[in-house]
Ligand binder design. Structure first.
Ligand code: UD1
Ligand code: CA
Length: 462
């Protein structure tokens, strides 16, 4: 017996009115489709996940990689048709299949688990998850008979005025016995207003053949919210943001103005961290104990060590070790690894470079493609010249090096331990251990220059 999850993500998302396929839209900087697929995986209930892709499928496949099986629906002929194209991938018809739309980022593992329990305990052939919403516009309505049993699902635009007043809706989540699913799908047609194969039509057909159909009522209606347009996206994102921030605060993370703080779903933040307003921490970031982050800071896919202070800065795909201060207005990117007790100050950019402990670049510096030792001081305006317009070159700097202001280190170059580089130097040769390097024109003072010039001008005038 094999248990399948099918996720529908082939649709264009016409109502988004934009280029990106709907299920690729991000919430808290993570694509919508990644939420549902991760939750399906985390539920541990399935042997195989099949994602139906179609419109701009490369984008969806790029996001999910090889974690799932893909079924291609080249023409989007409706949700029923989308499930039909999975048939060749379904090799074992004995178990059940759960079907979920790719546009429901708030469905969590508990919804998935509870629906399956309901399906199995009550020995249903088909279980439909329903809920009640105040504004049912756009959703399929649940039509029940006099005894209260499910009769059919009718799509909003096919529904009569009186049916539209029904507030119980189809969430679009189903569990169904696999064999029955595919045999029933063969019987649906597209004779409706949209000329689409509606998955919801399997309900009426199974009803007629007296299969056991049940509903599972979801109390937390918001979890089944389908994101069809950019407004709904913002509502879903706000909901997720509040939930995540609340969990963080209850675990000992302090937040100033939490409405302005965005923490991604996969971020780990340890206790005693304080987060200031207008801060984004997203991707697979980790913030260790006692750090202070923000205001106005973006951290993505990065690890921030204990007691780090990071203000008004951007940190992408980088590591910052303990007790270092970053910012204001610093930019760390592309695998920068800043050692402990460093100071990366105002308008300093560090790219693909590492530093050891106690190194400082307090203002206006660029450190790119460099390996830097401990106790190094970068003076104001000092830079690594790593690019000749075609290729990038490496700079290596030893320990205890003092780099004066406005120094250009033309890479490839090595500056050995315990050396001193005079301010304003442009170096294109290695600096040996313990030396002073000076590479600038000598100063010439022309005495009385101003007075002499003035005198000459007066003579010329007369
Ligand atoms: C669907 C349901 C509706 C339910 C609602 C819940 C049908 C006919 N209607 O309507 O009863 O209340 O979800 O949110 O099923 N998709 C494909 N291929 C297609 C068409 C759609 O993969 O040919 C995918 C979409 O990418 C989307 C999902 O299926 O992720 C749902 O499609 P959507 O157009 O959003 O359906 P709704 O109109 O919301
Ligand atoms: Ca939808």
């Amino acid at each position: 017996m094999r248990k399948y999850a099918i996720v529908l993500a082939a649709g264009k998302g016409t109502r988004m009115k934009t280029e990106l396929p709907k299920c690729a839209y991000p919430l808290l900087k993570k694509p919508m489709i990644a939420y549902i697929v991760e939750n399906i995986q985390n539920s541990g209930q399935f042997d195989e996940i099949i994602v139906v892709v179609g419109h701009k499928r490369e984008i969806i496949q790029d996001i999910l990689g090889d974690k799932v099986t893909y079924a291609v629906q080249s023409e989007q002929l409706g949700t029923g048709h989308a499930v039909m194209v999975c048939e060749p991938h379904v090799t074992d018809l004995d178990g059940f299949t759960m079907i979920l739309p790719g546009d429901m980022p708030l469905v969590d593992t508990s919804v998935i688990e509870k629906t399956i329990i309901e399906h199995q305990d009550r020995r249903h052939d088909l279980t439909i998850v329903t809920t009640k919403v105040e504004e049912p516009e756009g959703y399929g309505r649940i039509i029940r008979n006099e005894s209260g049993y499910l009769d059919s699902i009718i799509e909003h635009h096919e529904a009569s005025m009186s049916q539209r007043t029904i507030s119980e809706i189809n969430t679009g989540i189903y569990v169904v016995n696999t064999k029955l699913l595919f045999s029933t799908l063969n019987k649906i047609d597209n004779h409706n207003l949209k000329n689409e194969y509606y998955l919801t039509d399997i309900v009426g057909i199974m009803q007629q053949s007296k299969e056991v159909i049940g509903t599972y009522f979801l109390r937390e209606a918001y979890k089944s919210m389908g994101v069809n347009d950019l407004y709904a996206l913002s509502i879903a994102e706000a909901k997720l943001r509040l939930d995540i921030n609340k969990q963080m605060m209850l675990k000992g993370v302090a937040m100033i103005n939490p409405e302005t703080i965005t923490i991604g779903q996969n971020v780990v933040i340890e206790e005693n961290v304080i987060i200031h307003p207008n801060t984004y921490i997203t991707g697979n970031s980790v913030i260790r104990k006692g750090a202070s982050i923000g205001p106005n800071t973006e951290i993505h896919d990065s690890i921030i060590g204990e007691k780090v202070v990071c203000r008004h800065s951007l940190v992408y795909n980088s590591i910052v070790d303990e007790s270092t201060t970053v910012g204001p207005f610093a930019h760390l990117r592309d695998g920068a690894h800043i050692g402990p007790h460093n100071r990366i100050g105002n308008f300093v950019e560090v790219k693909k470079s590492s530093t050891q402990e106690n190194t400082k670049a307090s203002h206006l510096a660029y450190i790119g493609d460099a390996t830097v030792g401990k106790n190094v001081n970068f003076g104001c305006g000092s830079i690594t010249v790593n690019y000749d317009g075609k290729n990038k070159y490496q700079t290596t700097i030893g320990d205890d090096v003092f780099i004066g202001c406005n120094v250009n280190l033309i890479a490839p170059i090595h500056v050995d331990d315990n050396s001193l580089i005079a301010a304003g130097s442009t170096l294109n040769k290695n600096v040996p251990k313990g030396s002073l390097a000076i590479a600038r024109a000598y100063q010439v003072n022309k005495e009385n220059y101003i007075k002499d010039k003035k005198d000459q001008e007066e003579i010329n005038e007369n």
